[in-house]
Structures are given as structure tokens and as C-alpha cells.
Design a protein around this ligand. Structure first.
Ligand SMILES: [Zn+2]
Length: 98
């Protein structure tokens, strides 16, 4: 569910190392990936996070990008395509649709 993703992400972004232990809210696998995409100067961007196992995820838009984290410039479409798969977006109201 969307809220589980948000809660998980909040934990993830505070500690990069915890990525390995983050559990996917959809399938329960420990295969969560995330990367900041944005503008280095303004340090504003978005944060896609997805599960490599079930290919579901969310994108949080307009987030502040912390200093020192790995990020992809939003103009670097090549890297974005290479690194971020075409995952299925978990909608905030996905609970109702099921
Ligand atoms: Zn999953």
C-alpha cells in the first residue's frame, strides 16, 4: 500500500545502508531500490523507489535532495533510463481499486 511505501522510504532515505533490509510492502522481498533524480543546483528533485522483485514502486515528487547522496541529473535521460526500470506505480488509493 502507498502508505507503507512512504513509511519505508522515510526510513530508507535517512540511512542508505538500510536499503538491504527494506522490505517491499507489495511482495515482502528485500529488493527495494531508490535513487534521487533532480537538479544539483537547487537540490530539488524527485525520489523514485521500486522493488526489483515485483516491479512496483512509487515516485515522490518535489523532495529536497540531501547533500552527499548519489543522484542522477534530471537531464541525464540516459542514466535515468538505464537505472530506473519501468515499474508499476502504486497509487495512493490502490486499496480501493482492489
Ligand atoms: Zn516487491
Amino acid at each position: 500500500m502507498f502508505h507503507d511505501w512512504l513509511r519505508m522510504l522515510a526510513k530508507l532515505v535517512t540511512n542508505d545502508d538500510s536499503t538491504k533490509s527494506a522490505i517491499c510492502p507489495e511482495c515482502g522481498e528485500r529488493s527495494i531500490k531508490f535513487v534521487y533524480v533532480g537538479d544539483r543546483k537547487s537540490s530539488i528533485g524527485c525520489l523514485p523507489a521500486w522493488c526489483e522483485s515485483c516491479n512496483k514502486g512509487i515516485i515522490i515528487s518535489r523532495v529536497g535532495i540531501p547533500q552527499g547522496v548519489r543522484m542522477i541529473d534530471f537531464k541525464d535521460l540516459e542514466s535515468i533510463k538505464k537505472e530506473i526500470p519501468n515499474f508499476i506505480h502504486v497509487a495512493p488509493d490502490s486499496k480501493k481499486n482492489r
